[in-house]
Design a protein around this ligand. Sequence first.
Ligand SMILES: *[C@@H]1O[C@H](CO)[C@@H](O)[C@H](O)[C@H]1NC(C)=O
Ligand SMILES: *[C@@H]1O[C@H](CO)[C@@H](O)[C@H](O)[C@H]1NC(C)=O
Length: 371
Amino acid sequence: MEASWPEGSAKSKRQTRRAGCWKFLSLVLLQVLISMMVVVYIRNCVKADPSASEPSPLLEQPRKGSCAPARRPPEITILLWTWPFKKSSPLPKCGRVLGFPDCRFTLNRSWYPRADVVIIHHRDVYHSPMLLPKGPRPPSQRWVWLNLESPYNSYNLHFMDNLFNLTMTYRRDSDIFSPYGWLEVLQKPRQVIVPPKSKLVAWVISNWKPNLRRTKYYQVLRQHVHVDVYGHGHMPLPKEQHYATLSQYKFYLAFENSIHEDYITEKLWKNALAAETVPVVLGPPRSNYERYLPPDAFIHVDDFPTPQQLADFLHRLDRDPIQYQRYFQWRSQLKPFAFLSWHIHYCKACWALQSRPTQYQTVRKLSMWFR
Ligand SMILES: *[C@@H]1O[C@H](CO)[C@@H](O)[C@H](O)[C@H]1NC(C)=O
Ligand SMILES: *[C@@H]1O[C@H](CO)[C@@H](O)[C@H](O)[C@H]1NC(C)=O
């Protein structure tokens, strides 16, 4: 997992690009093997199992079709302490993957004394330690700290010290690594078709804070290139118009709200890549992005000394279709996948928890680690 791939390769010359690309592909293969199986599996499963959205796995009968395990080994029980952000949805059904059976998911807190695992979403409990499970903890029960926000948006982390056994975040060094998106390797290379582009730069922003680096950067950038801004207080962007609207743009400003290693969010995966536009990223350094993406899949603001030079570059690419299309070449072999539902994270947790033996472990200084 930690195999690193040469840093600063974006600056390297064209000849080394190809070699770099292959290295990248093998890294991607390693990094996303499990995710891929999860994705592919869930897709097949949903197709084969028409009852997949039925919300009662505790009473669930063995399922038919390709997803039903031949025999039912004991399942682990996972108590979801809350629905993230209080948005409820049907309980996940994960099926069997790599020989690991599905888990029994519940939100019923009277299962706490019997639960093997409790997944606790930081956002829903940080206001007070009183919001955490109370009562004696069964000796082998594991608590999982789930948080996909950056430290900048995660309050009262010290409440969480010495309580949890596993971490589940967007960071690579989490016990259960839960990125916002990843690349799937296509089975066969395909011909890349760039969707028709009639507009230049888009940005969707709902949380406008003047002090953030991204806001300041935008304020200068907009003096040199026109940016269409969507979101709260700007042009409306209905959910169902998301792809149709954003895919018309050549570039998308995937600007993170705070800068932290691995903190690369749906702004890149969903807004830019899934909408088939070229991301202009502001976030962790280029080398960090290159762990997730080929170097020519994105433009980094740090590649330019000033916002004006970035704007000039975007104008140049706008006039040069051949150069512009280079930012789509990677799509002949890779496909971006953005996380759209929490189920994928829960299912990953289900399989990951079964794949590692219950060893006693406590995350002592969570607040020191997560910064
Ligand atoms: C929660 O589980 C308990 C024990 O199995 C059961 O008695 C109770 O009816 C359940 N509550 C809900 C809301 O399903
Ligand atoms: C989980 O962490 C708690 C709190 O530190 C600890 O008491 C417990 O033994 C740990 N359990 C496991 C299974 O590691």
